[in-house]
Design a protein around this ligand. Sequence first.
Ligand code: GLN
Length: 193
Amino acid sequence: MAIIGVLALQGDFREHREVLDRLGAVVPEVRLPKDLESLDGLILPGGESTAIVRLMRTSGLIEPLRKLAADGFPMWGTCAGMILLAKRLDVTGVPALDAMDIAIRRNAFGRQVDSFEADLSVPVLGHPAYRAIFIRAPIIEEAGPGVEVLARLPDGAAVAARQGHLLATAFHPELTPDDRFHRYFIEQVVSPS
Ligand code: GLN
């Protein structure tokens, strides 16, 4: 069975773990560089990206994670985790893992719309539509030529994308009972057939 680590420094890593447990994966929690040994893939959870980056620095995880991401190791960033993966950020920060060729706008929906749900058409998941939960969410403002946009909001904003071994979602698949995104990551990104 797949060994899928979850970065467990801050944010909603427990919810990801519960979904992965249900799917039968082995799910080590990653807090230190040594925890990265023998994983098949890694999830970077939602939370507060600035806090996660700070903790990644103090725990010595930034460099090993940058190297893994550059070397083709499968990673999936959800919400704050997507911000960590990006090569380009708005004025609010410097790239953490500098891995995925996307430009991010943080807190793209402003203070008035703290959170909302939306039905997304996601061709790689098939039917029915995927109900996504957005919480102080970022959006993908630009995606490079090697990036496949997997879903957009009705106004056209890109909210899910894949670049080979890297998957990014602006929303929180760990907070809904629909586990199709977790299965997609395990079956299509971590172990492509
Ligand atoms: N707004 C958060 C950030 O910029 C992300 C929110 C989330 O992960 N739910 O890091």
